[in-house]
Structure formats: C-alpha cells, structure tokens
Design a protein around this ligand. Sequence first.
Ligand code: IFM
Length: 428
Amino acid sequence: MLNMHNYPEIHFPEGFIWGSATAAHQIEGDDIHSINWRDQSMYPERFPDHSGKACNSYAMYKEDVVLLQKLGHHAYRFSIPWSRIEPAEGQFCEEAVAHYVDLCRRLKEAGIQIFVTLSHGSDPAWFWDKGGFASREALHYFERYVQFIVPRLAPYADYWLTINEINIMDRPGCNSFDLRKNYMICHAKAYHIIKKHSAKPIGAPHAAASVVPRDPHFAADSAHAAMQDWILNGFFYHALRTGEMVFPGTDAEIVEELKDSFDFWAINYYTRHQVSSRSKTRNNILLTSNRMKLIDREFYMSSFWPEGLYNELQRLKDKPVFLTENGCCCEDDRWRALKLFQDLSAIADAIKDGVDIRGYLHWSLMDNYEWVSFIPRFGLVHVNFKTFERTPKPSAWLFREIIERNGFGPDLVSKYLPELPKFKLFAE
Ligand code: IFM
C-alpha cells in the first residue's frame, strides 16, 4: 500500500457516498451546559485549551453548509448536543431544536445527505450530577432525550448514529466496563425509539483500531493483544450481534433488545495500538520517530496502518459498512493526502474482498477542538481560531477530485504528492 505511484486506477462502487464528519462540542463553541465545559472550568490542569468558541459553527452553520457544497461532499455527519437541547433537567429548548432543523433543511436544499449523531460528547452537566452514563438508574434521562429529539429530526435524517465510540468511553472515577455496558444499553434503547419514527438505517460509530503484539512470537504479547482486541473491538461486535455483553473478569449480561440493534457497521478508524506485556502501560506504544512526526508532540494517532483498516473491515461482512470517521492530525497537509491514498486503497481492497462498504466520511471537515486542545489539526479545511476564517487545504481539493471521479489513480498521487519518491516521511 505504500508504493502509491504503482497504484492501479481505483474505482469505488456506483453510488458510494463521500462526505465528512464533525461533532457539536468540537466545532460549535459555547457548549456551556455540557459536562465537558464544566470540567474545563473545574479542572483547568487537564485541559491545555478551553473549547471556548471552537470554530464558532453554531453561528456560522450556514457558511459551513456552503463550504460542504463547494467541496463537493455528498454527505455530512454532525451531532446534536443534548446539552443544548435539554440544558436543564426536563427543560427542552425549542430554539436549539429550530437551529438543527434549519441546518437539516439547508443541507437538504444543498443536496447533502444527513448522518446525524445523537450523542457525541455533549452530555448535559445536570445528567452527570445524577450519575450520568455511569448509573443504570440515570439512563432513562437519555431515553427521554432521544424520545424528544428523534421525531423532530426524522423528516430529515438519512442515517442515524446513536452514540459515538462507546468502546472507548471513560470518565475519571468510573469503572470503564460498567460505563461501556450502560452506553450499549442506551444505544439499544435509542435504536428501538428511532425505529418507531423512521425507516432510515441506524448504526453506532465504533472506534476500531488494530491491536498488534509488539513481538508476535512472544506468547505473552500475543495473548495480551488478543485480550485488548476483545475489550476494544470484539466486545462491541459480539454485543451488537448477540445482545451478550462480555468483559473479562465480570459476569456476562444479556440484553435482549441489544441483539441485532444495528442496520450497518459505522466504523471510525485511525491507527493501531501496539501492545507489549513487558511495558508498564502495556498498550498504546507510540510508533513514532523524530522524522515521522505528524505534529510536534506525542499524539496517540501517530501511526498510519492501512493494513489494520483492511483487517478490521474483514470482520464485518454481515452488514453494510460506512466509514464514519477516518483521518489524521498534522501541520503538514501532505500527511493527510497520504492518509487518504493509503486508507482509501485499503477500503477499495476490502470491497474487492467482499465487504459491503457504502460510504466514507472524513474526519474532519475542519480543524476543531480535539477535546483538550486545538493543536491537533484534523481538518480538510484550515480554521483560524481567532477570526474563524475557513480556508480549504490542498487535501480538501484532492478529496473533491476523488469524489468527482469516485476514485483515484497514480496521476492524483503525482499531482498532490509530486515529491513522494523523495519523501522522507517513512525514513527513520
Ligand atoms: O476528534 C475525535 C472524535 O471526536 C472522535 N473520534 C476520534 C477523533 C480524533 O481523535
């Protein structure tokens, strides 16, 4: 997958959906009723940057729709912040609902399909005061929010995404297995509520990552990698297929309404985790070197691993698949072009080998607030965080060309990465 000048012409299936993804907390700004906003104020030491106005997209959403159109996207994935819809317990904000309905209308007018995520890190602070997703007794609040918002969006949504990245949800002080089980239960509830109002397909975006042993010939590393893979990936696939939630060292639980509660696999893919039984932290060993850094600091997504994407997709042959996130953060936009070529060729290979992949949403439309910091820039579009000016990067134009021809070939590689043969990106 690295010898890109020798790629054959790659074509995606007819009707393949191309687009990009964002999340409200990361782009809108002023998510003041969310738990994240409160955490930022209460524990500033954990947050090098405050999310503040982020990309100011709550105010600039109309421009963002025009931008999507200019860049040729067929689809846009965005999230509804529960924190704006129900800022105080039981008080639903009609103004916020009207805002998202208007966003949907504009997207429809622009011919852009809608992937709407119901929960992507904007839980209201009041909900966590009642225990949040860590408490089974509090989950009915989420259900009530879903019951409220779904009928309002049903006329517009083309695809539903329930809860983002259940499999890596953590919160200080919470047992992560219990938390993830509770999220799964909420996903199942949301699935069945949506089904009552909409015939459109439903998925739950999964943070898929390859877990590889540092030394594949060392039994302890392999065993450890297999266990980590279960916790990260296997648990989620098994739970959605069967309704059974199995985490090592805990009692398994069966939730009938969870079984088969999805219409497509929604896959977010970035990187791999290399695990070693010999190191103290044991996973997430960063595979970087000084000459290969995407950004000038350690970041967990520093390794490109298209083979891992191909392998993950091979596990998902039972339903259609959408890539609901994929991308990288970098200062040098050429990395993004490289990532697109590599991961899209892995996706094309997976399609050839029998995986029914229907679409690809790039993370992200624009540079945004990466949960604690503005430094990791994931955007196809550069954002000036002082003026909020949006400027498409070369990779945004590359992506538009890929969309227009529903694929790419070596000519596009040469056009966007002419220096590739001499590139030092892969040198140690
Ligand atoms: O920015 C996040 C997004 O919110 C969830 N998936 C991973 C992205 C990059 O870290």
